[in-house]
Ligand binder design. Structure first.
Ligand code: WQD
Length: 335
């Protein structure tokens, strides 16, 4: 049985990926510093799969602790989620973002290199494309100058991995996520935003639950079918499964080059108003919203060309936007 380290394994995407890894027979060891997650998630994962993952509360910025983890745990691969992820905050606190998102990555790769641990999966983002010139966005689209420090940490992260793969003959895959949403069908794990949600779906579900007065729709004057911005919303369980597909590609030595990157989305673009309509149907009630000005830094439209991921990872999405919104709503209701 292969043992996989999942950093940030108690977070939103991490916890769903741990479940899918266990379902596939991998042994999982989680590192999480609990800075944006709850320890209860460990119990919830155990309830879903019947297997309690190993867990270490470690801050990956502390190099000595990272080394000591690898001294005492033998792992066959690493899926690296642990990072700060708030776009706005990253602009206020760039050094904290570089220290955490870049420092941790470097320490992990150093330990992997020193111990010849080969398989590395990295959480990247569609933000690396900025506003792409052509839609849907394929992997050949140019990387544009990042709009935020957060986005820059993903771009730099990919460069660090690419150079390390080349120099040390390691193998890695970066998955460029589009917009992950939803919750596990068990409704035991889901997204736990701290404070006022910045992302669309948690803001919608909190508004429907009466925790927020109304949703502000940021801009209705975009060059799209209904004027609101378009994104590719992917069910978190489908996204989690892409990590297993990527890991298996590396384990089975099916990768074509040392460092590969794939777009992970559904291929379908949905406007904010389309998401609201679909949510109202899923929840069976109207949502209170108003149109306001555009949010600074937002792009008009982004959705994935999934051809390469479908073919190379032998993976495709199975869940619809409606299913993802229904799961997000159920999750919200039982909070
Ligand atoms: C979606 C759409 C908003 C909130 C995020 C991250 C990005 C990347 C992908 C990880 C936009 C609109 C939102 C609200 C609204 N993640 N909206 N009212 O901006 O596509 O990107 O996910 O790497 O880094 O920032 O996601 O959910 O914030 O917004 O109208 O209250 O919903 O303008 O069009 P976004 P989002």
């Amino acid at each position: 049985m292969k043992k996989i380290l999942v950093t940030g394994g108690l977070g939103f995407i991490g916890s769903h990926t741990v479940v899918e890894l266990q379902n596939k027979g991998f042994e999982v060891v989680i590192i999480d510093d609990l800075s944006n997650s709850k320890i209860d998630v460990l119990e919830k994962i155990t309830e879903i799969t019947g297997i309690k993952p190993l867990f270490h509360k470690i801050d990956l910025r502390v190099k000595a602790d990272v080394t000591s983890f690898f001294d005492t745990n033998k792992v066959d691969g690493v899926i690296h989620f642990a990072a700060f992820k708030a776009v706005g905050e990253s602009i206020q606190k760039p050094l904290a973002y570089y220290e955490n998102n870049i420092g941790s990555l470097v320490y992990l790769l150093q330990e992997m290199k020193n111990r010849s641990i080969d398989h590395f999966i990295f959480s990247s983002s569609c933000t690396v494309y900025g506003q792409a010139d052509a839609l849907p966005i394929n992997e050949n689209a140019p990387i544009k100058k990042a709009e935020s420090t957060y986005g820059n940490t993903k771009q730099i992260g990919e460069e660090i991995i690419a150079e390390s793969c080349k120099a040390y003959n390691m193998n890695a895959i970066a998955l460029r996520y589009f917009n992950p949403i939803g919750a596990h069908e068990s409704i035991k794990i889901g997204e736990l935003p701290i404070g006022v949600p910045q992302n669309l779906i948690p803001f919608i579900t909190q508004t429907a639950a009466g925790l927020r007065k109304e949703l502000s729709v940021f801009g209705a004057d975009y060059d799209t079918s209904d004027g609101t911005a378009v994104r590719d919303y992917i069910h978190v369980v489908d996204l989690a499964k892409a990590h297993i597909a990527a890991l298996e590609r590396l384990i089975n030595k099916k990768n074509k080059v040392n460092f590969e990157f794939f777009n992970v989305g559904t291929g379908i673009g949905s406007s904010v108003l389309e998401v609201i309509t679909a949510f109202e149907k899923a929840a069976g009630k109207p949502l209170n919203y108003k149109i306001v000005d555009r949010r600074e830094g937002d792009i008009t439209a982004a959705y994935a060309d999934t051809t390469t991921a479908n073919k190379e990872l032998n993976w495709k999405t199975e869940k619809s936007l409606d299913e993802a919104l229904a799961a997000a709503w159920k999750w919200q209701q039982q909070q």
